[in-house]
Design a protein around this ligand. Structure first.
Ligand SMILES: CC/C=C\C/C=C\C/C=C\C/C=C\C/C=C\C/C=C\CCC(=O)SCCNC(=O)CCNC(=O)[C@H](O)C(C)(C)COP(=O)(O)OP(=O)(O)OC[C@H]1O[C@@H](n2cnc3c(N)ncnc32)[C@H](O)[C@@H]1OP(=O)(O)O
Ligand code: NKO
Length: 383
């Protein structure tokens, strides 16, 4: 084992990375809070400042993926579409089977210069996650309760607000609505059967309402849908903990650019279009699992140094005072102070472990786990 590999496997390294992420994140969240009065003076200035502050947080996770774990991300796409990536607003549709799929998405955002402004239709629970969830408030991320009756107005309003967004953004939509598990797959295929839809092998049945409302509300704002299919080589199941331990993965992303005008306006036609898209995505997955390739050439953008520079900046800024504090603590010899410091470090470490838990599929929600009869019963009870 090399020295670097040894360093990556050490608990102390992980503790320091988490410390930098958590403390810098909270400082940035506080700075974001201070930008609120700017909204009253200039909404666009507020947005531009918050794009940059958000970049300082999300790019730390990208740096962990690209520079700490050395994970490689390969893009397969049509070379004619390539120059448009990062230079237009787009709706990204991505399969939802991996714990770090969002992080690979962020990596591509970083490489095409839209990381700070990237958006997602996120479940409401994520809004309460410190650092990331709080950062999202200031980025005008659209949250949903995964209950159409409650979401239809708020989601449409959130999307309308993005009409005059001052910088290019990608809006990520996981149409499956939840991470893939064998049980959720089995239940969603029962729904597909009952609706006379073709069965999917690698995806859950897509939820069509969020897609339709997104396309309708971003017409004139977004130029295209980027249909994206992500896989990892060697059947790996990557995790955020793996990244933290410096494990290297290799992600392959296939992107097709579909102009927004090609998507039907009528709700039922739009839903049928999405179901067809997922059948095509399923075929790409099948091809990938058989051949390890997608039907497009490799046009990979290289990783950029900015995420690493940002990470080194925050590390230097926060590790220096930590070192001084530790030295003072040890020389003070006060057991109470040492005990309090150890307790604080443990609490911070547990806090980050809880945040990482949010990305773990086995700790995922029960959404999509229930039979249709149960859902109907719950909806009737809540009425
Ligand atoms: C060049 C490079 C290109 C690309 C790079 C890639 C990506 C980078 C881009 C951006 C990155 C940005 C940010 C990333 C950072 C972090 C992201 C992290 C995570 C956040 C993700 C989430 O939180 S996912 C969860 C939330 N999102 C969604 O749920 C979206 C999808 N859902 C919907 O659209 C839903 O319709 C809804 C949420 C709007 C409403 O929910 P509801 O449950 O009420 O849905 P429906 O009305 O659709 O459901 C009822 C109908 O569904 C049928 N049904 C019942 N059971 C099932 C089942 N198990 N499966 C499928 N369908 C089911 C039911 O029969 C109902 O049908 P009807 O016919 O009666 O309507
Ligand atoms: C520098 C690195 C330091 C590591 C710090 C860890 C920080 C953790 C950040 C948590 C980010 C949360 C994003 C979670 C995205 C996600 O994957 O959400 C799941 C939902 O789609 C669907 O949920 P479900 O229905 O439960 O499958």
């Amino acid at each position: 084992m090399g020295l670097l590999q040894l360093l990556k496997s050490q608990f102390l390294s992980h503790l320091l990375i988490c410390y930098v992420f958590l403390v810098s994140g909270i400082i940035i969240n506080l700075l974001q809070l201070c930008t609120l009065p700017v909204w009253l003076l200039s909404k666009q200035l507020f947005r531009r400042i918050n794009i940059r502050l958000a970049y300082c947080i999300s790019s730390q996770m990208v740096a962990a993926l690209e520079w700490w774990s050395g994970t490689e991300c390969t893009l397969y796409t049509d070379p004619k579409s390539y120059p448009l990536y990062g230079n237009e607003n787009a709706i990204v549709v991505l399969n939802h089977s991996f714990e770090i799929d969002f992080l690979c998405g962020w990596t591509f955002c970083e490489r095409f210069g839209v990381l700070g402004s990237s958006k997602v239709l996120a479940k409401k629970e994520l809004a309460y996650v410190p650092v990331i969830g709080w950062m999202w408030y200031f980025l005008e991320i659209v949250f949903c309760k995964r209950n159409w009756e409650q979401d239809r107005r708020t989601v449409a309003q959130g999307l309308q607000n993005l009409h005059d967004y001052p910088e290019n953004f990608w809006f990520l939509l996981y149409c499956e609505g939840t991470r893939f598990t064998p049980k959720k797959h089995q239940i969603s295929m029962q729904v597909a059967e009952s609706k006379g839809l073709a069965k999917l092998k690698y995806h859950l049945l897509p939820r069509t309402k969020g897609f339709w409302v997104t396309v309708q509300n971003l017409r004139g704002t977004a130029a295209a849908v980027y249909d994206s299919t992500l896989n990892f080589r060697n059947n790996e199941t990557p995790t955020l903990l793996g990244i933290l331990h410096g494990k290297k993965y290799h992600a392959d992303l296939y992107v097709r650019r579909i102009p927004l005008e090609l998507i039907p306006e009528d709700e039922a036609e739009c839903a049928a279009w999405l179901h067809k898209l997922y059948q095509e995505k399923d075929a790409f997955q099948e091809q990938y699992s058989q051949t390890g390739r997608y039907p497009a050439p490799v046009v990979s953008p290289p990783r950029r140094p900015w995420s690493l520079i940002n990470w080194l900046f925050w590390s230097c800024l926060l590790l220096y005072p930590l070192g001084l504090l530790l030295a003072q603590l040890i020389s003070s010899g006060s057991m109470l102070t040492i005990f309090t410091s150890v307790a604080l470090c443990s609490a911070a470490s547990l806090g980050v472990r809880w945040m990482i838990g949010q990305t773990e599929i086995n700790k995922g929600s029960s959404y999509g786990n229930k039979e249709r009869v149960e859902i109907k019963k719950e909806k009737q009870e809540s009425c």
